[in-house]
Design a protein around this ligand. Structure first.
Ligand code: NIG
Ligand code: FE
Length: 402
């Protein structure tokens, strides 16, 4: 049996996914796994002898996890941005047949190769800002073939780049033009054809819906959740973003991994998340871009002990923002998270929102996905908005940056 390659980082200021450690730590990796973490003072000569030293000093965090993105899409929506600046709302644009649907037309028209090429610089931006795991949703195809096309592109990105990709089928993102007057028939298509086809090709790790007046009702979302459950897929929901319909509570009844956006969530909805053990995914990029004023119930979530995650929601409409560390800042400035909560939101709590609790933490036995940053304290990552602070990025024990 060959001994795995051992690497050591010394004198690190550690944010371990939950908290910042007070004393300098040494981190030892064996192969693709974290072998041990202990105070620098306890590092023994034998370990030093057997492991190659990869760094000394700096801030180490788990690799960032962006647990909610729409990275694969055709076209762009700068025109819609201008319309909003002239006074049109996101809802008005959607109701006039623009918004998500305009990206649907561009995505349908694009080949798998084109979508891959266009998603590449966006994914690279996340990688360069410290992301080691990203969730990518479909939702701009809205036919069986086009949704599967998007998911294939997402899987392909995960094979070609040094990053873990999880995929989410978001067939219920908008009512496609073909079903304009019969959205229930589109829900039939999702339940009877789209989910089974995605499962047959192994393309979906979860199923998501958009529960909103401009998208699908609670009853329609529940039908999608039932079909997902019948196929053994976990569920998520875009819910309570623009109004309080009760989508979060419905998702919680199905044991959702997470409810996302949730600006309009009330105390009953928070209790539903708590009782189901579901995560709250906060998306300050969409709140910022749409210049919303209704904030998610952070204090109620905090009191209830609901794990709060943060993500970019990177997409061409509501959040054309491809900088994960900016979300740490926006989570604090806009939603009043503490820097530690923001960092947990993009590490351990994001891992939970993806159903991968083994990720997002620095602990013995955890996968060796981590970042070393050119900052003095972990809180600085949330305090300043500044690119190029990543010093080293390690995924499965391989240094891929620095
Ligand atoms: O997460 N809320 C719905 N879906 C996306 C927006 C997609 C778009 O506008 O293209 C979101 O904000
Ligand atoms: Fe989204």
């Amino acid at each position: 049996m060959t001994t795995p390659h051992r690497q050591v980082w010394r004198d690190m200021t550690l944010f371990d996914g939950h908290r910042t450690m007070t004393e300098p730590m040494a981190v030892v990796i064996a192969g693709s796994t974290i072998e041990a973490i202990y105070p620098e003072a306890e590092l023994d000569a034998r370990t030093l002898d057997e492991a190659s030293e990869q760094g000394r000093g700096g801030v180490m965090t788990p690799g960032l996890i962006d647990c909610h993105t729409h990275l694969v899409f055709g076209g762009q929506r700068a025109g819609e941005f201008e319309m909003r600046l002239e006074g049109a709302s996101y809802t008005e644009i959607a109701n006039a047949g623009g918004g998500i649907l305009s990206t649907v037309y561009a995505t349908r028209a694009a080949s798998e190769n084109e979508l891959f090429e266009r998603a590449t610089p966006r994914l690279q931006a996340l990688i360069d800002d410290g992301v080691t795991t990203v969730e990518i949703k479909s939702g701009y195809g809205l036919t069986v073939a086009d949704e599967l096309k998007m998911l294939r592109v997402a899987r392909h990105l995960g094979q070609r780049f040094p990053i873990h990709v999880t995929t989410t089928l978001l067939g219920a993102h908008a009512i496609p033009p073909e079903y304009k007057n019969d959205s229930d028939a589109y829900i039939d298509l999702i339940c009877q054809q789209m989910i089974p086809a995605a499962v047959a090709e192994g393309l979906a790790d979860a199923v998501d819906v958009f529960c909103e007046t401009i998208a699908f009702s609670v009853a329609q979302c529940e039908r999608v959740f039932e079909a997902a459950a019948a196929h053994g897929l976990p569920i998520k929901a875009h819910a309570e973003q623009l109004s309080n319909l009760g989508g979060t509570a419905a998702a919680a009844r199905f044991g959702a991994l997470s409810a996302d956006h949730i600006e309009y969530l009330d105390a009953t909805g928070v209790a539903a998340l708590r009782d189901a053990g579901s995560a709250a995914v906060l998306l300050p990029g969409a709140f910022y871009t749409l210049a919303e004023t209704q904030k998610p119930p952070v204090e109620t979530l905090r009191q209830a002990g609901v794990p709060m995650s943060l993500a970019t929601d990177a997409n061409p409409g509501s959040s054309p923002l491809f900088m994960p560390t900016l979300m740490l800042n926006l989570g604090c400035t806009l939603f009043r998270l503490t820097p530690q909560e923001a960092l947990a939101g993009m590490t351990s709590n994001a891992a939970g929102a993806l159903g991968h609790p083994e990720l997002g933490q620095l602990a013995a036995g955890a996968p060796a996905d981590l970042c070393v940053w050119n900052v003095e304290t972990p809180a600085e990552l949330a305090y300043a908005v500044q690119p190029n602070r990543l010093h080293q990025r390690v995924i499965a024990g391989e240094i891929t940056h620095g």
